[in-house]
Design a protein around this ligand. Sequence first.
Ligand SMILES: Nc1ncnc2c1ncn2[C@@H]1O[C@H](COP(=O)(O)OP(=O)(O)OP(=O)(O)O)[C@@H](O)[C@H]1O
Ligand SMILES: [Mg+2]
Length: 479
Amino acid sequence: MNDKNPSDIAPILKTVDSSAPIAPAKAGGKPRLLIVEDDEEIRTQMRWALTAEYSIATAGDRANAVEQFRLNKPPVVLLDLGLPPHPGTPEEGLATITELLSIDRTTKIIVVSGQGEKGPAMTAIGLGAYDFVTKPAEMDELRFLLKRCYHVAHLEKEYRQMQETLGGGAFEGLLGSGARMQAVFDSIRKVATSDAPVLVLGESGTGKEVTARAIHQRSARRDGPFVAINCSAIPETLIESELFGHEKGAFTGAHAQRKGRIEQADGGTLFLDEIGEVPLPIQVKLLRFLQERVIERVGGRASISIDTRVLAATNADLKKGMAGGTFREDLFYRLAVVQIILPPLRDRNDDTLLLAQAFLKRYGDENGKAGLVFGADAVRAIRAHPWPGNVRELQNRVRRAVIMSEGKRIAPGDLELEVASGPTPGSTLKEARDKLEAEMIRASLARHAGRITAVAAELGVSRPTLYELVDRHGIQRPE
Ligand SMILES: Nc1ncnc2c1ncn2[C@@H]1O[C@H](COP(=O)(O)OP(=O)(O)OP(=O)(O)O)[C@@H](O)[C@H]1O
Ligand SMILES: [Mg+2]
């Protein structure tokens, strides 16, 4: 660089020294700084004074500032408030703040304001400027301020990067960088802004509930309640009052009036989990609610209007339910205005490892075991495993591994996975067949939460045969 020595310049700035760089160095050299100042002399002074530490761009008005800002992407901007065409007032400077922050809201703007002009400086801070100094700028003070500013900008950037790596493309708590999950994120984005009912489909543990929460979080109802009800967990006799509430004395044991889940979700989102398990008479009532948006509490006569968005989920095959007469078609079409299908983990390719790493980091930190890594054979085992219990299974296995692991390296055994999966060279046909049989049964059991009848139907064997196979392979049924 052929910059002139700072001391060649008339001292408008009080102290000029060329001490060693104080701001954290950028990969490509000095950190970038944009100086916006209409007075050419001051602008030049500042440039010389700071050129040893920063890579400086300058501008004399708003248009130029925006152009330079876009070009250089400086993390910090020094901005004079009085800019042409009205250098006597702060308007242009304030407008510049708004414009720069709208381009990049993480930018740190330090305002340089005239003596006794606290008012505009405070307005600038209100608009999002980071700090201010008064003219003439005291060089040591300015250096200190800049140093602190870059430090904060640097920390914030590191934090954002950490969040991103941790997330690997996190989306409202959902991880996934593969095409299948990106498509799911797209759907969530699209449906979130509408009030349409959404049916979330997927095997057990694929993330149906987190998806429902993500839709709520991204919707205009995010400040309202998110009320989830697991329809399979409630006895048939109680489900109506659980959903619709009841009046005092509606039935034995109804000692007081109680609001149901639907009413609790007023102004927010209602999540009907395991919708396939809702008994037919309740399906009729739900349908009526979806059509008319009013409910009556059990034992009550008043119609209560409810404003809630309805999301539902199931891992059951509702088409089969409709064919078999256990699920109402009209309710299905009301609920399934939009469907989001979550792919099983075994179809998500590299996401499995991404999720495994993220869980390892999370549980490692939680358990005071930071820095754990998967050994190469653990990575192979994770890749090979079919993950019948999907993300939940992965999460549980990694959590367990973190607790059980002794060294820094997680072994397949810590995950309770076999070292090499899949047909190993040299295995007999019978061994391969047994292995596949066991894997398929495990997967189906996980999909159907251990329900033998459903598993037997899916695999095309009788219940007694299935029991025998489960025994023979020493398979544990999920509880
Ligand atoms: N993409 C993902 N990223 C991070 N965590 C996930 C993801 N998907 C699911 N999980 C986690 O896995 C667990 C299971 O998710 P969730 O409860 O949403 O699944 P589900 O489909 O509702 O399962 P079930 O059918 O058993 O009710 C949760 O702890 C959730 O946080
Ligand atoms: Mg669930």
